[in-house]
Design a protein around this ligand. Structure first.
Ligand code: NAD
Length: 499
């Protein structure tokens, strides 16, 4: 996309965008059964954007019952794959047709720059539906190499009712990583968006209906985590929870499962990803730019943010100078202005949380190199400066805990072993990166890093074709790629006696 237009265009579009505020259950738009609502705000101004239906147990029960009915009726689960594919391809095409509207909704709802929502979040979500649509009539089942008087088939069966519970940092995209493979595999889905960011999920329901997804097959229940999220987690007729969010909530979903029906729980949780720059880095400037983007993109609200930067002593000073220069170009601005590299933090609570980490960094002896302040408070929005701390030790809270904001903790190291030890010294294991000119070091260190993702001489590059997810307390299972289908299908062995 090369024509991003100007801020005036996007502000005008934002004025006229229409917002869906009811739940979508069994093909109809509905208020919460008890009439409860919650407000969603525009992080750029602090103003209320909409009052949304706050679904709770009764609504979740209705949505799950509708999903189950649709599944058992076979209107989707038994639809020929080529037809399911056609519906999902229509959905992908509709996402593309409505990309500007979806980008505006996403930007208004969670404060991320319009340049990102328009060029990344929305097209990537559309691509995800198209990719799984295209995949589903190309995956084959298996026949086991048994004795000749037996035919043993191993088939993938959809699970039934999948509940997708997603966070606010990439609302449409995180939903697509769950909903697209789950639907493609033939399941019915109940989606619960984060309470900060329901708008694109609700619009997605309209587009899914227009694409031909039958009633009951895809439902959206906006609501608070403790209500709608918990009700899905504990529901005895939900077969699978596909969750993205914090590690603390992920642990809750495992408890809900254990206390209810042992539903499968797939977790994409938090991260504190190490980004290592060795002395033999092939391009210091590119690495510094990648390090800045790796932490300040999306206001630092990224699970794979390279929030721990390790720089080898020989290049430390030169690298930090370059890093500062790139960070300076990533100042926050109006999310509706295509020139803004960073937008606003999602809400006041998250900004307070991030600021409390800035305070802890100062209190515990980290050296504040740049930033550390709220910005444009007069707008009512929740902006924050890109912030870099130099950290003398690994025990600092800002080195250990996920901040989920634009705060980078930099530490100097001397040897490769020291870098690996510090990188792995974390309860998380999601992303990681390293910069080196040595092929053997790249292989050696990649193998030793405890992470689901390793980037060599780049950071955060991605594609729907490759698995995404973490180890340790960053979660289990993988989104994206054909491997994601493992989450939404069970293997069935059928042993046929031919004798
Ligand atoms: P969160 O855990 O607070 O919320 C995520 C979802 O869970 C929301 O829909 C929320 O309503 C729901 N929820 C909250 N409390 C609940 C409860 N008690 N019971 C049931 N549901 C509940 O996370 P967040 O603040 O929305 O998102 C930020 C987190 O998401 C960060 O930790 C980030 O690293 C993580 N994340 C991970 C990935 C990944 O792929 N690993 C991607 C994006 C974000």
């Amino acid at each position: 996309m090369n024509n991003l237009r100007d801020a005036a265009y996007w502000r005008a579009r934002a004025q006229s965008v229409s917002i869906r505020a009811q739940a979508y259950i069994d093909g109809t738009w509905t208020d919460a059964a008890d009439g409860q609502t919650f407000k969603t705000i525009n992080p750029a101004t602090g103003e209320v954007l909409a009052t949304i239906a706050a679904c709770a147990e009764q609504d979740v029960n209705r949505a799950v019952a509708a999903a189950r009915r649709a599944f058992q009726a076979g209107i989707w689960s038994e639809m020929p794959r080529s037809e399911r594919k056609a519906v999902l391809l229509r959905l992908a095409a509709l996402i593309d047709t409505h990309r500007e509207e979806l980008a505006v909704l996403e930007t208004l709802d969670m404060g991320k720059p319009i340049a990102d929502t328009l060029q990344y979040d929305v097209p990537e979500a559309g691509r995800t539906y198209a990719w799984y649509a295209e995949a589903i009539d190309k995956v084959y089942d298996e026949i086991a190499p048994t004795a000749p008087d037996v035919l043993a088939t191993i088939t993938r069966e959809p699970l039934g009712v999948v509940a997708a519970v997603v966070p606010w940092n990439y609302p449409l995209l995180m939903a697509s990583w769950k909903v697209a493979p789950a639907l493609a595999a033939g399941n019915s889905v109940v989606l619960k968006p984060a309470e900060q960011s329901s708008l694109t999920a609700l619009r997605l329901a309209e587009l899914a209906e227009a694409a031909g997804v039958p009633a009951g097959v895809f439902n959206v229940v906006p609501g608070l985590g403790a209500d709608a999220g918990q009700a899905l987690g504990r529901h005895p007729d939900v077969d699978c929870i596909a969750f993205t969010g914090s590690t603390a909530t992920g642990k809750r979903f495992m408890e809900y499962s254990g206390q209810s029906n042992l539903k499968r729980v797939w977790l994409e949780c938090g991260g504190k990803s190490p980004h290592i720059v060795f002395d033999d880095c092939p391009d210091l400037d590119r690495a510094a730019q990648a390090a800045a983007i790796g932490i300040f993109n999306n206001q630092g609200e990224i699970c794979i943010a390279g929030s721990r930067l390790y720089v080898q002593t020989g290049i430390y000073d030169a690298f930090l100078e370059k890093l500062e220069a790139h960070a300076a170009r990533m100042q926050p601005g109006d999310p509706l202005d295509p020139a803004s590299a960073m937008g606003a933090i999602v809400d006041g609570a998250q900004l307070d949380r991030v600021m409390s980490y800035v305070k802890s960094g100062k209190d515990e002896g980290a050296r504040l190199r740049i930033g550390g302040e709220r910005a444009y408070a007069d707008t009512g929005g929740f902006y924050m400066q890109p912030t870099i701390f130099e950290c003398p030790t690994q025990v600092l809270t800002i080195v250990r805990e996920e901040i989920f904001g634009p705060v980078l903790a930099v530490t100097r190291f001397d040897t490769e072993e020291e870098a690996i030890r510090m990188a792995n010294d974390s309860p998380y294991g999601l992303g990681s990166g390293l910069w080196t000119s040595s092929l053997s070091r790249a292989h050696r260190v990649s193998r030793k890093l405890q992470a689901g993702l390793v980037w060599v001489n780049c950071y955060m590059d991605s594609d729907v074709t490759v698995p995404f997810g973490g180890v340790k307390q960053s979660g289990s299972g993988r989104d994206k790629s054909l491997h994601a289908l493992d989450k939404y299908t069970d293997l069935k062995t059928t042993w046929i006696n031919l004798a």
